[in-house]
Structures are given as structure tokens and as C-alpha cells.
Design a protein. Structure first.
Length: 243
């Protein structure tokens, strides 16, 4: 009996632990679906922590342990790269997105490039913090390009991440919000009121990398799955473009 118990304990100990993924808030549904697909292949289901890319990068800088980082912009991945915190050769271009203005579903307004600035300047406008969060930085850049930022800035309600900005519009706390097209698609409470021209802001690029401190043998396999045709296909179904 003792040998049998010891054997069971050894088998339990031998089970691989799931990798920990730090992922941009806009990836909630899609990354969860990818983790489910990976688990269906017989792997331990990855544990995912969603937040603003800025908050996640700072967590890594502070010594927080994780295996993979999926950022909503290149800039925060660059920060970790310059700090020597990425595993060599694992950083890859991965996904793309679009930037939109959302309004509550009951609001039928259609915004054009010409009417975007004057309408949003009436406020309040929900945005992820434009000082640090990728969605907010893209939004600020777009409004600056359209010559509207100075008028809009005093009306901005700054949220901790893009999903928090989306929630403000869903709850009616703000009549408009700037989010990714994929966020709008994930919500039944908002509709797309306007689309920013792609040329009005830096390209929205999501890089993916394994962190140097990772020791989980499952991490590299999941990273490669996310970059595979099958893996990218999951995110395309949620509205992302594949890079």
C-alpha cells in the first residue's frame, strides 16, 4: 500500500505545470480560446493574467515571474528587450488590430473623419490612459493627427486599460470611447460609431515573446502554437489580423 501511495504521489509530482501568460487586456476572449485549444491537445491549460501591457511589463521589470508576454504594442516589448528580460530569439511579430470609436448600442450616430474631432470634444470620452497604455497612446496619436487632441484632452476619462474604457461606455458613463475593433466586437453593449484611418496612428502591432526567467518547458510549445497557422487562426476569428 505504501508503495502504491508513493507511486501516485510521484505521478502527481511529474505532471507539468501550466505556463503563466501575461496578456494585453484586449486579448481576453481570444487568448482564453487559444489556451482551451492548447489544453485540448493534452497540455496543461495556460494560466493567463490580463491587464494593460504597461502594467504587465512593469510587473516583469519588478521581478514578477511569468513565462510569456503578449503586448498590445512594440514599445512595451522594447522596454523588456532593452532590459535583457526576453529569451533570445523568441520575440515575434504576431497580430494586428484597428482603432475605433464606440457608442452605446442605442446611439445611432455615424462619425466620419471630419466629424470625429468636434463630436468627441463634447466629451466625456473614455480612453485607456494615453500616457502609458497602448490603446490610449494609439488614440491620442490619431486625435493629434486629426488636429483634435487639444480640444478632446480635457474631456478624456482615463481608464486603466482598454476593457475598462469599454466598460465605461457600456455602463453609459461616457457617450463615446476609443477601443480596438476586437473590443467592440466582444461587447453586446456598444456599437462602432466611427473608424480611425489606419494612417492616423502608428500601426497596431501585438508582439509575443518568452521571458528570459521562464523555466517552464511548456512555455515554448505554447508560444509556437500561438504563432502557428492554427493558433493565429483562432485570433483571426476574433477579429485580429495575422502578421
Amino acid at each position: 500500500m505504501a508503495c502504491a501511495v508513493l507511486g501516485l504521489a510521484s505521478a502527481a509530482t511529474a505532471q507539468p505545470r501550466p505556463p503563466l501568460v501575461l496578456a494585453a487586456a484586449s486579448l481576453q476572449e481570444s487568448m482564453t480560446a487559444a489556451a482551451d485549444a492548447w489544453a485540448a491537445k493534452g497540455h496543461p491549460k495556460p494560466v493567463i493574467s490580463f491587464a494593460a501591457s504597461s502594467a504587465l511589463a512593469r510587473q516583469v521589470q519588478a521581478g514578477g515571474r511569468a513565462d510569456l508576454f503578449a503586448s498590445a504594442d512594440e514599445a512595451w516589448m522594447d522596454v523588456l528587450d532593452r532590459g535583457g528580460l526576453l529569451a533570445s530569439g523568441t520575440r515575434a511579430a504576431w497580430l494586428g488590430n484597428r482603432l475605433v470609436v464606440v457608442a452605446p448600442v442605442a446611439n445611432p450616430v455615424r462619425l466620419t473623419v471630419r466629424t470625429l474631432g468636434p463630436t468627441l470634444a463634447r466629451g466625456p470620452l473614455a480612453m485607456a490612459d494615453p500616457a502609458s497604455v497602448p490603446a490610449g497612446k494609439y488614440g491620442k496619436a490619431a486625435l493629434q493627427r486629426l488636429g483634435a487632441w487639444d480640444a478632446v484632452a480635457p474631456r478624456v476619462v482615463r481608464a486603466e486599460n482598454v476593457r475598462a474604457a469599454l466598460a465605461l461606455v457600456e455602463r453609459g458613463a461616457a457617450p463615446y470611447g476609443i477601443v480596438y475593433a476586437t473590443d467592440a466586437r466582444a461587447s453586446a453593449g456598444v456599437r462602432v460609431a466611427g473608424l480611425f484611418p489606419a494612417a492616423s496612428h502608428p500601426p497596431i502591432r501585438y508582439p509575443l515573446a518568452r521571458l528570459k526567467a521562464s523555466t517552464n518547458p511548456e512555455a515554448e510549445g505554447f508560444r509556437r502554437f500561438l504563432l502557428s497557422r492554427e493558433g493565429r487562426g483562432i485570433f483571426v476569428r476574433y477579429g485580429f489580423s495575422a502578421k
